[in-house]
Design a protein around this ligand. Sequence first.
Ligand code: ATP
Length: 270
Amino acid sequence: SKAKLFDEKTDVKITFKDVAGLEGAKEEVQEIVEFLKNPEKYTTLGGKIPKGALLVGPPGTGKTLLAKAVAGEAKVPFFSLSGSDFVEMFVGVGASRVRDLFKQAKDKSPAIIFIDEIDAVGRARGKNNFSGSNDERENTLNQLLTEMDGFGTNTHVIVLAATNRADVLDKALMRAGRFDRQIYVDLPDIRERKEIFEVHLKPLKKVDGLDIDFLAKQTPGFSGADIANVCNEAALIAARNNKTAVDKQDFLDAVDRIVGGLEKKNKIVT
Ligand code: ATP
């Protein structure tokens, strides 16, 4: 049977309230939500709805979450795939799968297509990579550009793509009418970390009066994904110690554990 190319979700429950912080990015994608909800309103004077936007920022900062929230807010289907999946695919099918994806999204438009790790497929053409599948990658990239250029003004599909390496992307991707908008999704500051903690603490049984400012202060450099991890880990640590509520010490232990993990990861890279 054919390996699955992309994932399709028609009833996305995630909305902006699930995305903590990122006020600027949310404001920018709010416009995309408006376009998707009411495309005719925007095209009536001859304007063209943007086809794509690039979400740029470090890993785990909420790019996928934000893209899903756009679909959830606009109540449109969410088609997603990862650029790295393309690169691993059998030779000769990348381009045809891109075609399939766009056809399905167009059939269900208005819709969002989300491409995670677009740098895997969208690196500047003509540069070597080590997987030896450069032609295949370039064919896939070319097909992606062709599809985006081929959208008529009445195709209400918006392509969001995420990367943490905007610098390596082929400039052709950023040309007008393609991913001509860049939206920055940065690591959270202390105030944003507090908001992210609030989101991820909500489902936990915790002691009364837990000091969330303190937790935000203890986690400089943490991404949203790291904070989600801390909250989950703290709940597991508390449970292991037969507690009935997660307390401050459990969070500190969880932070230590995550910091340890991050240090190990960095050691492998450098
Ligand atoms: P990557 O570049 O690694 O794909 P990403 O930027 O797409 O990462 P997400 O996959 O969206 O990051 O984030 C992973 C998880 O971290 C989310 O599902 C969520 O639980 C949590 N998270 C990240 N950022 C936020 C945020 N701003 N608010 C709330 N939760 C967040």
